[in-house]
Design a protein around this ligand. Sequence first.
Ligand SMILES: [Zn+2]
Length: 299
Amino acid sequence: MIVTDNNSTANAYNFGFLDEYAKKEIRRAILKAIAIPGYQVPYASREMPMGRGFGTGGLQLTLSLIGPDEVVKVIDQGSDDSVNAVNLRQFIEMTCPGISTTTKTDESSLIQSRHRIPERPLTSQQIIVLQVPYPDPLVVVEPSEDKRKTMHGEADYSRLLVKLYEDIVAFDEITISHRYPTRINGHYVIDPSPIPRWDVPKLNDSAALILFGAGREKKIYAVPPHTRAEPLVFSDVPFRVEDFYDAAGRRRACTRCGCADSFLDEFVNESGSKSYQCSDSDWCDEQLLRVDEVEGEVA
Ligand SMILES: [Zn+2]
């Protein structure tokens, strides 16, 4: 792109910040990742004007995929308003003139997320990009990347299973709360980024394309639409998600909207008591609106 107007900040950058060669390379890596579900495709992660670890991998995917009619949503831990999400969204708005941004999950075509998949089921018209700090689930059992590559190639995850088994011996259950190792399409096991266990079932048979970008580790991988995604388990110890039961065995509800089937964040109040709210802020707003509508009808 030729820079024509130096007075405009927007035009001072190529559309999407990255140069066209970088975008092309990333798109090629994405296509390969889709063709081999769960395989970690290496790519030349570019320097971004923010520290690695702040979502540079996810951002490079977003900027390579973004088109002129895109409607982008950026969330951090389910919230559109946290610092990381706001900064990334502003950067995208600045470097991609003409695109729209939204906080509404159902209006978005491209979602960049840190640590959550929205509660509202995604559609085939949507792509979600997850920011990944550690792409390789085998790193906890094997330090050598060479050896890990062989293990992935042979789908040899025995040492990972031993690790899970040790958890069961020590704690009577698998204690992994985030980054739960998940087998994609019957072969590669991925680190699904630090999403809670609650979100892992959403990877399975998802209508939307799910992409993972690790900037520091220079890896891209994918769960293509309608692909099998199975958390690693044992036949006698089934996978379970967070249940949010209180001491009396009742399912906790969001104190703001009353929803009792969403992933909840725990807040400790000044008095030391705890309260719970939906982690997905757009979902919470939507439920609140629904409650208002029902009450309006009753009145
Ligand atoms: Zn709520």
